[in-house]
Design a protein around this ligand. Structure first.
Ligand code: TYD
Length: 138
C-alpha cells in the first residue's frame, strides 16, 4: 500500500521479459492486476492541452499503464488526493471504484492502456464532482 495515494490506489510493477530482441510485458488477470479483465481500451493521439477523465466509477475497477509516452493522473477518493505520473510501460496504477480521476499532460506519443473489470456502462459513471463529493463525504 502506497501511503501517499488515495485508498486502494497502488502502483503495480510489471515483469519485463526482455531479451536480445527487445521487451515483452504480459498482464494476467488476478495475477498482475487484482481483478478479472472484462475490457481493455487505450487512449492515444491526444491533442495538446487536452484533459480527460473527470469522473469516478461506482463499481468498476481499472488499471492504467502508459505503454508509450507519458501522462499525469490525479486521483481523489474524497479525502486523499494525489498526482501520479505514468511514464513507464512496466508500471501501472490501480484505480479502484469511487476514485475521481483526471488525466492531463499527455505526451504526443502517449498510449494509455486501461484494463477494466467490467464492460462499458455509462450508468457506472459519476461525472458530477459535487455528487462525488456528496457520496464520499464522511
Ligand atoms: P469518455 O468517458 O469521454 O473518455 P474519458 O473518460 O477518457 O474522457 O469516453 C469517450 C467515448 O468513448 C464515449 O463516447 C464513451 C466511449 N467509450 C466506450 O464506448 N467504451 C469504453 O470502454 C470507454 C472507456 C469509452
Amino acid at each position: 500500500m502506497d501511503a501517499s495515494l488515495p485508498s486502494g490506489c497502488r502502483f503495480i510493477d510489471l515483469a519485463v521479459r526482455g531479451d536480445e530482441r527487445g521487451s515483452l510485458v504480459a498482464i494476467e488477470a488476478l495475477a498482475d492486476v487484482p481483478f478479472r479483465i472484462e475490457r481493455a481500451y487505450f487512449i492515444y493521439g491526444t491533442k495538446p492541452g487536452v484533459e480527460r477523465g473527470f469522473h469516478a466509477h461506482r463499481q468498476c475497477a481499472q488499471f492504467a499503464v502508459a505503454v508509450a509516452g507519458s501522462c499525469m493522473m490525479s486521483l481523489d477518493d474524497g479525502s486523499v488526493t494525489a498526482e501520479a505520473r505514468l511514464d513507464r510501460p512496466d508500471r501501472g496504477i490501480v484505480i479502484p471504484p469511487m476514485n475521481w480521476h483526471e488525466m492531463r499532460d499527455f505526451s504526443d506519443d502517449c498510449v494509455l492502456l486501461v484494463l477494466a473489470d467490467a464492460p462499458y456502462d455509462e450508468g457506472d459513471y459519476i461525472r458530477d464532482r459535487d455528487e462525488f463529493r456528496r457520496l464520499t463525504a464522511r
